[in-house]
Ligand binder design. Sequence first.
Ligand SMILES: Cc1cc2nc3c(=O)[nH]c(=O)nc-3n(C[C@H](O)[C@H](O)[C@H](O)COP(=O)(O)OP(=O)(O)OC[C@H]3O[C@@H](n4cnc5c(N)ncnc54)[C@H](O)[C@@H]3O)c2cc1C
Length: 321
Amino acid sequence: MLDFTLGGSRPTVDLSQVFDVVIIGGGPSGLTAAMYSGRYMLKTLLIEKMVVCGGQLATINSVENYPGFTKPVSGSHLAKEMENQAVKMGVQILQSQVDSVNFVNEIKKLTTPQGVVRTRAVVISTGVQPQTLDVPGEKKYMNKGVAYCATCDGHLYIDKTIAVVGGGNTALEETITLTKYAKKIFLIHRRKEFRADKIIQEKVKAIPKVELILNTVVKEIDFSNEEKKNILVSTKGQQKTFAVDGIFIFVGILPNSKLFRDTLKLEDGFVVTDKDMKTNIEGVFAAGDVRSKDLRQLTTAVGDGAISAFSVKNYLTNGNI
Ligand SMILES: Cc1cc2nc3c(=O)[nH]c(=O)nc-3n(C[C@H](O)[C@H](O)[C@H](O)COP(=O)(O)OP(=O)(O)OC[C@H]3O[C@@H](n4cnc5c(N)ncnc54)[C@H](O)[C@@H]3O)c2cc1C
């Protein structure tokens, strides 16, 4: 029997057993899938590679759009509560990284540094990560002026001056969202034309408070002085600074789906599912941001998580759904 001690004060997991369901990823979708699976009395293991669960949620300073909280709630607090609730339902948590998967047989195998985990069903909740600019200051001021989500952070910039970086549909749509809050927006794009659909481009160009800064790349973000936050940009070799209160970066998101690219149907790297969160492989489900969908938020992640657990229960009971 293999026994492994989990990160922190978590109990030991016996990896010799076959689980009913293993959830890969301990963000909001994975924690919800786990909590529901536990309530369905399924033998449930959640594997999270980080020391703490929560995924992107754990990085959010203040969540203001999660139902039930009239006052802002800290992301790490909400994540810990979600984890506690899952554990209360009998869910086991293994702090480890799934390095490879084998979905060929009815009993699926997940390889981790601690050994092979065997399970009858899998929920993939590996989430996404925003593509970064990789410029000095970006990491340092993440969530302190550097943002990647207009719906999440736009309200922090009411009547402020901000920069938006990117040239695709998301960047321009998020710019439109941000016009509800900011008094001035510099829309910075590295090429001479946007990649976004023409119709969205026309909308953005018609907004007086949006100033287009084309052929321009961001070189550095310097928010060290609270009174005088600057971004350094370069336009055709000429350097210039913009004084802004914040910068929103929309240069793409990267789904954490590399592990599944040879087995699952993907769309631009996102896992394709049906409305029941079922993938193209029997017994394998996906939930949350890693899924191909339009709105990536906490509420949609937890909704996906609940549906995936319901589908797992039906799959294990009836053999299909
Ligand atoms: C800065 C920021 C602010 C945001 N603000 C808001 C907001 O205010 N309101 C809102 O509704 N949404 C907000 N969001 C979006 C929200 O956080 C996401 O939609 C949500 O977290 C998605 O949950 P998820 O479980 O699908 O994925 P994630 O939160 O990305 O979690 C995925 C988890 O899987 C783990 N994982 C990945 N690969 C493996 C592997 N191979 N093995 C083991 N574990 C693995 C990761 O470590 C991670 O913990 C924000 C996002 C960011 C980045």
